[in-house]
Design a binder for this molecule. Structure first.
Ligand SMILES: [Zn+2]
Length: 73
Protein backbone atom coordinates (compact mmCIF):
# COMPACT_ATOMS: atom_id res chain seq x y z
CA UNK A 1 0.00 0.00 0.00
CA UNK A 2 1.24 3.42 -0.90
CA UNK A 3 2.17 5.76 1.90
CA UNK A 4 -0.12 8.74 2.21
CA UNK A 5 2.72 11.21 2.60
CA UNK A 6 4.29 10.00 -0.62
CA UNK A 7 1.01 10.43 -2.41
CA UNK A 8 0.72 14.01 -1.19
CA UNK A 9 3.94 15.04 -2.91
CA UNK A 10 3.44 13.09 -6.13
CA UNK A 11 2.09 15.03 -9.09
CA UNK A 12 1.45 14.17 -12.70
CA UNK A 13 4.72 14.91 -14.52
CA UNK A 14 2.84 15.98 -17.65
CA UNK A 15 0.71 18.59 -15.86
CA UNK A 16 2.70 19.79 -12.91
CA UNK A 17 4.30 22.76 -14.65
CA UNK A 18 1.02 24.33 -15.70
CA UNK A 19 -1.61 22.86 -13.40
CA UNK A 20 -1.89 21.03 -10.15
CA UNK A 21 -1.68 17.56 -11.65
CA UNK A 22 -3.30 16.05 -8.59
CA UNK A 23 -3.43 12.28 -8.52
CA UNK A 24 -5.97 9.97 -7.01
CA UNK A 25 -5.40 6.31 -6.18
CA UNK A 26 -7.68 3.86 -7.94
CA UNK A 27 -7.90 0.16 -7.13
CA UNK A 28 -4.80 0.61 -4.93
CA UNK A 29 -2.78 0.04 -8.12
CA UNK A 30 -3.16 3.15 -10.24
CA UNK A 31 -2.62 6.88 -9.93
CA UNK A 32 -5.05 8.86 -12.05
CA UNK A 33 -4.35 12.49 -12.94
CA UNK A 34 -7.32 14.77 -12.35
CA UNK A 35 -6.26 17.18 -15.09
CA UNK A 36 -5.24 15.04 -18.09
CA UNK A 37 -6.64 11.61 -17.22
CA UNK A 38 -3.28 9.91 -17.66
CA UNK A 39 -3.04 6.81 -15.51
CA UNK A 40 0.19 5.70 -13.89
CA UNK A 41 0.59 2.12 -12.68
CA UNK A 42 1.94 1.28 -9.24
CA UNK A 43 4.21 -1.72 -9.72
CA UNK A 44 5.60 -3.43 -6.61
CA UNK A 45 4.56 -0.38 -4.54
CA UNK A 46 6.55 1.94 -6.81
CA UNK A 47 4.56 4.49 -8.82
CA UNK A 48 5.75 4.52 -12.43
CA UNK A 49 5.60 8.25 -13.11
CA UNK A 50 6.54 8.23 -16.79
CA UNK A 51 4.56 10.40 -19.19
CA UNK A 52 4.86 7.76 -21.92
CA UNK A 53 3.42 5.17 -19.58
CA UNK A 54 0.58 7.45 -18.49
CA UNK A 55 -0.20 8.17 -22.15
CA UNK A 56 -0.93 4.50 -22.83
CA UNK A 57 -3.87 4.50 -20.46
CA UNK A 58 -5.55 7.83 -21.17
CA UNK A 59 -8.31 6.20 -23.19
CA UNK A 60 -8.88 3.38 -20.71
CA UNK A 61 -11.69 3.88 -18.22
CA UNK A 62 -10.77 3.49 -14.57
CA UNK A 63 -13.14 0.53 -14.36
CA UNK A 64 -11.20 -1.23 -17.13
CA UNK A 65 -7.72 -0.77 -15.69
CA UNK A 66 -6.02 -4.11 -15.13
CA UNK A 67 -5.11 -5.17 -11.59
CA UNK A 68 -2.31 -5.79 -11.02
CA UNK A 69 -0.97 -3.38 -13.66
CA UNK A 70 1.26 -4.90 -16.34
CA UNK A 71 4.98 -4.23 -15.97
CA UNK A 72 6.04 -1.26 -18.10
CA UNK A 73 8.26 -2.29 -20.98
ZN1 LIG B 1 -1.79 15.03 -15.84
Amino acid sequence: MLKQDLLEILRCPACVREKEGLLTVEKESWLVCQDCDRKYPIVDDIPVMLIDEGDKWTATAVADLPVPPPEPK
